[in-house]
Design a protein around this ligand. Structure first.
Ligand SMILES: Nc1ncnc2c1ncn2[C@@H]1O[C@H](COP(=O)(O)OP(=O)(O)OP(=O)(O)O)[C@@H](O)[C@H]1O
Ligand SMILES: [Mg+2]
Length: 392
């Protein structure tokens, strides 16, 4: 007799809204902030992203703001995904517009919208590998034409993948710092660097490569620059500024100067803007990030009455206990002081009992912190993310 296997139906259990955290006073101050720019300075694990998420929730669920009028920007795609997930979980609903975007997706959406409004073909955004492919294609073409634009000593390199990758990175860094081909070539002349001059002229040819193409294609640095140009038009800037009641930025230490300019065009001049960051966590300098932007923020993004932006430090560490904090403070003490107000954000206290004993273990050797032997090991542990006993 045939026996039917039992039928199973897999049903995803609804995740349910996340419980609201009990905010510490500094986080509550961020959430309660209104009117003008605010810089939140804080070390790792102090609840910066939580403060942003709770601010979004407070504006939408508490103050009744339309979700489309809140914009959260961040540098990396991973951070934007995490923000979206955390906001959705706390709001317990999805929103028509994604509330959290990378600077690049915001810029691309803006440029796209403007092209469509102008009746032009929307541009294509080139990924990193596609851009490298484009640079290689052009360099190979120039090499086979005799490479007359290039210094003699660089000509044999033009066909290599390594040189194309280096040139692509160099041009990205230049664009992020607001240099176009002419500006880069001029800088090269001033610095007596014929390779920079050649790279600058190449950048001009690269930027013009789609002049005749029906559909322009931009890379990641270009799209930020083009969005900046679009936002420089008073009518577009006015419209974009009116579209958002509040703009927030997470991981501000990872932004580059072109993104800082874009943010200023969108949310400068005393508009409601909350940025959070930690200059000591800046790890993307090789991708153009400029941690000094945090130091510049209060003077560049001023309150409507012209005063410097308000600064709040979060100092309760949620992620590390006293031992880890002591170790990370020692490492941070060797880093440059870029934050306005100096080191206040480095003075963190653990949530819960601060006196719990602990030790760091590096390469199998344990050293009590508070005595000298641990400091070097502790620095290593923090840098390498090794095991850490006494951590909560
Ligand atoms: N007020 C709070 N009460 C309880 N837990 C909190 C509170 N604030 C933050 N946390 C928790 O602490 C952890 C770190 O928070 P969060 O990710 O917001 O910190 P962060 O400063 O953004 O960290 P990072 O430096 O990695 O970006 C998370 O698990 C978060 O849920
Ligand atoms: Mg965070």
């Amino acid at each position: 007799m045939d026996r039917q296997p039992p039928a199973y139906r897999l049903v995803r259990r609804p995740a349910g809204a996340a419980e609201p955290p009990i905010l510490d006073p500094a986080q509550a101050q961020v959430v309660g902030h209104s009117g003008g720019p605010l810089l939140v300075l804080a070390g790792p694990g102090t609840g910066k992203t939580t403060a942003i998420v709770e601010t979004v929730v407070d504006r939408i669920a508490g103050r009744g703001l339309d979700p489309g009028r809140v914009l959260v920007l961040t540098f990396s795609r991973k951070a934007a995904q995490e923000l979206r997930a955390r906001i959705t979980l706390r709001l317990d609903r999805t929103t028509a517009e994604p509330l959290a975007l990378t600077f690049h997706s915001y810029a691309y959406a803006l440029v796209r919208r403007e092209s469509v409004l102008a009746g032009a073909e929307p541009p294509i955004l080139l990924s990193g590998p596609e851009q490298l492919q484009e640079v290689r294609r052009m360099l190979r073409g120039e090499a086979s034409d005799g490479a007359r634009h290039w210094p003699q000593r660089l000509r044999p390199l033009l066909g290599t993948r390594g040189y194309a990758a280096e040139l692509r990175d160099f041009l990205l860094r230049a664009s992020e710092r607001g240099l176009d081909g002419v500006g880069l070539a001029r800088l090269g002349e001033q610095a007596d660097r014929d390779d920079w001059v050649a790279a600058g002229r190449f950048l001009t040819r690269y930027a013009a490569r789609f002049d005749l193409a029906p559909v322009p294609a931009y890379d990641y640095a270009e799209i930020i620059r083009i969005a900046g140009q679009v936002l420089a038009r008073p009518e577009v800037r006015q419209r974009e500024r009116l579209a958002y009641d509040v703009v927030m930025v997470d991981e501000y230490q990872d932004t580059d100067p072109a993104q800082e300019d874009l943010l200023h065009a969108l949310a400068g001049d005393g508009r409601e803007l909350i940025v959070v960051g930690d200059p000591d966590q800046s790890i993307y300098a090789f991708r153009g990030a400029d941690a000094d932007a945090i130091g510049r923020f209060p003077a560049r993004f001023r309150a409507p009455d012209g005063r410097h932006a308000q600064v709040i430090a979060l100092r309760t560490s949620r992620r590390s206990g006293a031992v880890m904090l002591t170790a990370s403070r020692r490492v941070a003490a060797r880093l440059p002081e870029r934050a306005p107000g100096g080191r206040v954000h480095r003075r963190r206290a653990p949530a819960g009992s601060p006196d719990r004993p602990g030790s760091l273990v590096v390469d199998g050797r344990a050293g009590p912190l508070g005595g000298t032997p641990g400091s070097r090991a502790a620095a290593g542990a923090v840098r390498r993310g090794r095991s850490c006993r006494g951590r909560r």
